[in-house]
Design a protein around this ligand. Structure first.
Ligand SMILES: Nc1ncnc2c1ncn2[C@@H]1O[C@H](COP(=O)(O)OP(=O)(O)OP(=O)(O)O)[C@@H](O)[C@H]1O
Length: 475
């Protein structure tokens, strides 16, 4: 080995130098054949002999003699490189690249480099398998990060909800950042999914992230990923972050108000630059992700208290949607109950075709007087529970969870046999009147107390006064 060190070779004899270059050609993994200006074969490597089936005896003979179909000699004349020429000798198939050898602007020979088609097939096969695997992984990822809801599935005709739907439909197919506010369970993610599905991004991932559910220390690497060796226990090769997974799609950042101040600054940068940087890496990666954020908290209050960055707030709040709590849109309860009852029955595989499942008038009236702190999610869960509990085909009050019915002092008034209402509206108004009366009695009569009562009822003071007038209440 030592006698062929690079220093030696430059100063060694022409024979040694030839040996050196031959050794290089012999160690190449593709077949190589070299002819001189006369078309005489000067060099072949073992791989060439293996691929083409030629024997070493071709060395020193005119190429045209031993391989009549060879095009290499033509290159000596036209000096044109040929790439990917298909050749077949007996049952051997191979692909050849050919080029002139030029020294001082003169052609001094030509070289042919070939690869067996077996290998090309093998590589193509490998590539195909890898491609299929990639496709499977992509499908798996798409099914993991898929938005299921569309605008059609948002139930409700309440004005407040309809206003939100109208705005959402208008901005769905833009890239504007959106901030959705509303209490837990009001349907914020439902809106985000519907917007994604109504946009040109619909065939790409919809990635929901609950910022409150991921420990603050981990959230950055979950969102942006990390590079190899970013920290102890970091995975080999690093890890892709949720922003990269959401590329060309939508990321839904739920509970954004719980994100740390420091991370908020990084998110702002992503919004401005459309680039992310994995934790522990210096290189930036381009991303194309639509951001929809949501919170049940009052972000403006958080900004005032310096818990939320003002610049990020304004950046996210380009379009804001507020989803009213269910207690402010009780008019939607019958339709929601009906839809949830149908889907619950399908999920329980009950015989939907032949039987008409319903909810009793009195139970519905009761549901419309309940305050729904868990909003639509609570209603949906309650219907699932009641569907399991009902014995016949009708949901009655006794089928509702105890947590909902046990603290209601007026439950007897919803008894199935004591109703004297002529319409649902009459029943709802009566329940509303009694509930307002009950609350006013609890809080008192002066202005501050009324403000607190209005707050507890989830309505404005002006609405409370309107209702006091409408129901002629002595307050
Ligand atoms: N208007 C609606 N029509 C049909 N289903 C609804 C509606 N609003 C909410 N839901 C249902 O209520 C449940 C809760 O909705 P969602 O998860 O979107 O609420 P959220 O506001 O994002 O809650 P959280 O803040 O706790 O994450 C879901 O099952 C959703 O399908």
């Amino acid at each position: 080995m030592e006698k062929y060190s690079s220093l030696d070779i430059n100063h060694s004899s022409p024979e040694k130098q030839t040996d050196w270059w031959k050794a290089i050609v012999h160690s190449i993994n593709d077949g190589v054949l070299v002819i001189d200006l006369e078309g005489i074969v000067q060099l072949v490597n073992p791989e060439y002999l293996r691929i083409t089936g030629a024997t070493p005896s071709i060395i020193g003979k005119p190429l045209k003699e031993s391989r009549p179909g060879a095009q290499l000699t033509e290159i000596l004349v036209d000096r044109k490189t040929r790439v990917g020429v298909y050749r077949k000798t007996g049952n051997r198939e191979y692909i050849v690249d050919m080029a002139p050898i030029i020294l001082d602007d003169k052609v001094i020979g030509a070289v042919s480099v070939c690869k067996s088609l077996d290998e090309v097939h093998k590589l193509t096969q490998e590539l195909k398998l890898k491609g299929e695997k990639l496709e499977q992984l992509q499908k798996k990822m798409s099914s993991l990060y898929q938005a299921n809801y569309t605008f059609k599935q948002i139930i409700g005709k309440n004005m407040g909800l309809k206003d939100a739907v109208n705005v959402a439909e208008k901005v769905a197919d833009t890239d504007l950042p959106i901030l959705i506010t509303g209490e837990s369970g009001t349907g914020k993610e439902l809106f985000a999914q519907a917007m994604h599905n109504d946009s040109k991004r619909k065939n790409n991932p919809f990635v929901p992230v609950n910022c409150a559910a991921i420990p603050a220390a981990l959230l950055e690497s979950e969102l942006f990923g990390y590079g190899e060796g970013a920290f102890t226990n970091a995975k080999k090769g690093g890890k892709i972050g949720l922003f990269e997974i959401a590329n060309n799609g939508t990321i839904f950042l739920d509970e954004i108000g719980d994100m740390s101040f420091e991370l908020q600054a990084k998110l702002l940068r992503v919004l401005q630059e459309k680039k992310i940087r994995r934790v522990g890496e210096t290189r930036e990666r381009d991303i194309n992700v639509r951001i929809i954020a949501a919170t049940h908290r009052d972000l403006q209050q958080l900004v005032k208290k310096n818990h939320f960055r003002e610049d990020l707030f304004y950046r996210l709040n380009v379009i804001s949607l507020h989803i009213p709590p269910l207690r402010d849109r009780k008019d939607d309860i019958p339709e929601l109950v009906d839809a949830f009852l149908q889907s619950s029955i399908i999920n329980l595989s009950l015989d939907l075709e032949s039987i008409n499942y319903t909810i009793s008038r009195h139970t519905l009236r009761f549901l419309q007087t309940y305050e729904w702190p868990g909003n639509v999610r609570e209603l949906r869960n309650m219907i699932d529970y009641a569907t399991c509990m009902m014995e016949g085909t009708e949901i009655k009050i006794e089928h509702l969870p105890e947590t909902i019915t046990k603290n209601r002092i007026d439950i007897s008034e919803f008894n199935e046999t004591t109703s004297s209402y002529n319409s649902l509206q009459e029943a709802v108004q009566d329940a509303e009147k009694r509930f307002i009366l009950e609350t006013l009695k609890k809080f008192g009569n002066d202005l501050e107390e009324k403000k607190r009562a209005a707050n507890a009822l989830g309505i404005s003071l002006a609405t409370l006064y309107n209702k006091i007038n409408r129901y002629n209440l002595d307050f």
